[in-house]
Ligand binder design. Sequence first.
Ligand SMILES: NC(=O)c1ccc[n+]([C@@H]2O[C@H](COP(=O)([O-])OP(=O)(O)OC[C@H]3O[C@@H](n4cnc5c(N)ncnc54)[C@H](O)[C@@H]3O)[C@@H](O)[C@H]2O)c1
Length: 248
Amino acid sequence: MQVKDRVALVTGSGGGIGEGIAKKLAGCGAKVVVNDIDGAKVDRVVAEINATGGVAMGIVVDITNLAEVESMFKKTVEQFGQIDILVNNAGIARDKSIRKLTEEDWDVVLNVNLKGAFFCAKVASGYMREQGYGRIINISSRAWLGGMGQANYSASKGGIVSLTRTIALELGKKGVTVNCIAPGLIDTPLFHILTPEIQERLKSKQPGKDIGTVDDIANGVLFFAGEGAGYITGQTIFVCGGRSLFAG
Ligand SMILES: NC(=O)c1ccc[n+]([C@@H]2O[C@H](COP(=O)([O-])OP(=O)(O)OC[C@H]3O[C@@H](n4cnc5c(N)ncnc54)[C@H](O)[C@@H]3O)[C@@H](O)[C@H]2O)c1
């Protein structure tokens, strides 16, 4: 299998899309590091992967802290000998119109979504360059194209696309590919927090399937993580049922 015996670290994989990605990679034979800030979630996902014949280790770390990120990758390499695949998945939203958005709303979203991904890519790529092999997969959002009430979130996710393109250039000759997935509406707890009216309005804008699954995103990650995708780098694919095809 394409990721068998590879070592993968998925940030924010204590739930939602990250959990689905970690389980998909583990199910395909990768050794997986489950990272999150929530220890109880990490313990549950690690136990579930290990109980179904996978190999997983949990590391509770806040990705906005560079020293913690450095210690996370050090522990990963001590435990599993290498780090082949990084999935920068952890992300948060604090949606408000620009009029109501505070400096704190801006900072907290940019810190987790963009600075955290930068820290992880920076540290992981150090190991990957030495190995001469690596796969970095960043989770952006369709909202990087623009989203009402999402100035901070959209800017952070646009930053992820730019980060992807730039570090793909820098790491290309080192055997490391860097790609990005921009999910649209995905059926996670985050979606069900929205009022039924908003859920319906969002679904009505979908040209194709009205909502995607965690597995739709995990399948995209598996594709980029595999050795067969070695000639693809710096790219962003939308996994959004066609919603990226028009604005509004
Ligand atoms: N759900 C969607 O419809 C959707 C759509 C587009 C993009 N995305 C993106 O997909 C990713 C996953 O989203 P989700 O819906 O699964 O969200 P989620 O809230 O279910 O999961 C995110 C996880 O990240 C963890 N996390 C938050 N801050 C962290 C930090 N500082 N360090 C480590 N972990 C941290 C949380 O504890 C949580 O378990 C995010 O980047 C999100 O922006 C989601």
